[in-house]
Design a protein around this ligand. Structure first.
Ligand code: 6GU
Length: 257
């Protein structure tokens, strides 16, 4: 997968050299490129913002530097492959342009799975009050444009959101996580929160690991873990349980709740 990130703070993205994602880049699984938006300005001051039409607080990011930057990365992920290599219904393989914004659709694990299938993702990190809206309209001609939010709170810019999204998406790209089994049992993979985990010692500061986990009875352990998932989800995230329909819950599940 190719990923391009455009930002006025490219240094923010340095964390993507580390850990699992850094290793995936070294292994050639993720081709991640970070670009400085100011490199696409033409004035002496490398201006990227201006005052908003209609008035109001703050500054708005100018359209032209964004158009130059996005045009330069739009074709970068195109390897000249055939028209039949998994393209979208329009016959092409349009890159996805993700625009981090508190005004976007909320990013979810389901969205991460979808985006992990794409060949080319471009992230446009806005700052200030946002990017001139005409850029998003214009970008629709060559990208599949998706404004995306991490949740209902405000960050100063898209960079931190991109760190989160690239990590969530990148780890789902085949080969990035060594043991794919570990993707199966984690929180949100089945719509429930993860069960609690324990390691040695079995007794620590007078607290014991739940007896069942030492029993060696794998059927009973699986049942206990499922109960824990359901109870935890009911306590911490009842909104997630509301999305379950009754047919997804076994009799034992209902007894656990
Ligand atoms: Cl994706 N961007 C910004 N700037 N603020 C946010 C966000 C994104 N998600 C939540 N708050």
């Amino acid at each position: 997968m190719r990923i391009d990130v455009v930002s006025i703070f490219p240094e923010y993205l340095a964390a993507l050299d580390l850990s699992l994602i850094g290793k995936a880049r070294q292994d050639g699984l993720l081709d991640l490129n970070v670009h400085d938006l100011r490199d696409f300005t033409t004035d002496r001051h490398r201006t990227v913002d201006d005052t908003p039409y209609g008035g109001g607080a703050g500054m708005v990011m100018k359209a032209e530097p964004w158009a130059q930057a996005l045009a330069s990365v739009a074709d970068a992920g195109n390897d000249g492959g055939t028209a039949n290599d998994g393209g979208t219904s329009d016959g092409g393989t349009r890159p996805v342009l993700i625009v981090p914004s508190p005004a976007g659709a909320v990013f979810t694990q389901a969205m991460a799975y979808e985006l992990a299938e794409e060949k080319h993702l471009v992230f446009a990190c806005g700052r200030y009050e946002g990017i001139d809206e005409r850029v998003l309209e214009w970008a629709g001609e060559r990208f599949d444009v998706r404004p995306v939010s991490l949740g209902d709170y405000v960050l100063n810019g898209g960079e931190v959101a991109v760190l989160a999204m690239v990590e969530a998406i990148g780890r789902l790209v085949p080969g990035v996580v060594g043991n794919p089994e570990s993707l199966v049992e984690e929180s949100h993979s089945d719509g429930l929160l993860e069960y609690p985990v324990y390691t040695k010692p079995s007794s620590w500061r007078e607290r014991d690991v739940p007896e069942i986990l030492l029993s060696g009875n794998h059927g009973k352990i699986a049942q206990w873990r499922r109960e824990q998932q359901l109870q935890r989800t009911a306590a911490r995230r009842p909104d997630l349980l509301d999305k379950f329909d009754a047919s997804q819950l076994t009799k034992a599940d209902k007894a656990a709740l």
